[in-house]
Ligand binder design. Structure first.
Ligand SMILES: O=C(O)CCC(=O)C(=O)O
Ligand SMILES: [Fe+2]
Length: 214
């Protein structure tokens, strides 16, 4: 049984159909104590800075710091070495058949043979991701957020978009502790992360999971 992920909440949540299949889980972790521990132990070391300017319309620009934990379905030892025991447990739960089944149940997408990818991401002031749909080989994407003290004025929202236009927002999700978003990538699944404000006194902390087509 999952001790950290609330798989019942995952399976009980309906998927929205507009502007594409996605959902917000307000409480995706098993209780406040678990959430607080994972927040306090969010990894701090081993991150690599990734930056690219958006060029053509719809091109993906971003500035984030990434720590890869699972790639191509396999644990990445160098990444895991930076994790607390509780965070290693979380990665083990994400790698479990029970989690995969829960995501299949929620999305209706078969994930047989799909390769798991997991990474922790930190966004400092000015960190952002331009509108994009996620690569075509991604079957399902899930994100979790780890900032209990995030303020609305710091921006850094995950913006669910109706089109590639960054202002065409269907929803803005504040990266507050315990919240999680599931989306089903397609050629319509536009989303972005709005630039974190210079006033932010903490980094935006995200965990990102993809199931990638076999
Ligand atoms: O950090 C987030 O909220 C989403 C990140 C994202 O969309 C991506 O890395 O593809
Ligand atoms: Fe994305």
């Amino acid at each position: 049984m999952s001790q950290l992920l609330d798989l019942d909440a995952l399976m009980a949540t309906p998927l929205a159909e507009e502007p594409y299949p996605w959902t917000l889980l307000p409480h995706a972790l098993r209780g406040q104590k678990v959430a607080r521990t994972l927040e306090a132990e969010f990894p701090t070391r081993g991150f690599r800075t990734t930056e690219r300017r958006g060029g053509a319309p719809g091109g993906k620009g971003y500035h984030t710091r990434n720590l890869t934990l699972v790639a191509d379905g396999g644990a990445v030892a160098a990444g895991l070495s930076h994790l607390s025991p509780r965070w290693r447990e979380l990665v083990a739960e994400l790698s479990s058949p029970a989690y995969r089944r829960a995501v299949e149940e929620l999305t209706g997408r078969p994930l047989d043979g799909a390769r798991l990818a997991v990474r922790a991401v930190r966004y400092g002031p000015g960190g952002w991701i331009d509108p994009h749909t996620d690569r075509a080989d991604k079957l399902v994407t899930q994100t979790w957020y780890f900032n209990s003290g995030w303020r609305d004025g710091w921006a850094g929202s995950l913006r669910i978009l109706r089109s590639p236009d960054p202002a065409d927002a269907a929803a803005d999700i504040i990266p507050r502790l315990g919240q999680s978003v599931v989306l089903v990538p397609s050629d319509r699944s536009w989303h972005a992360v709005t630039p974190v404000s210079a006033a932010a006194t903490e980094e935006r902390k995200t965990l990102l999971v993809h199931f990638v087509a076999p």
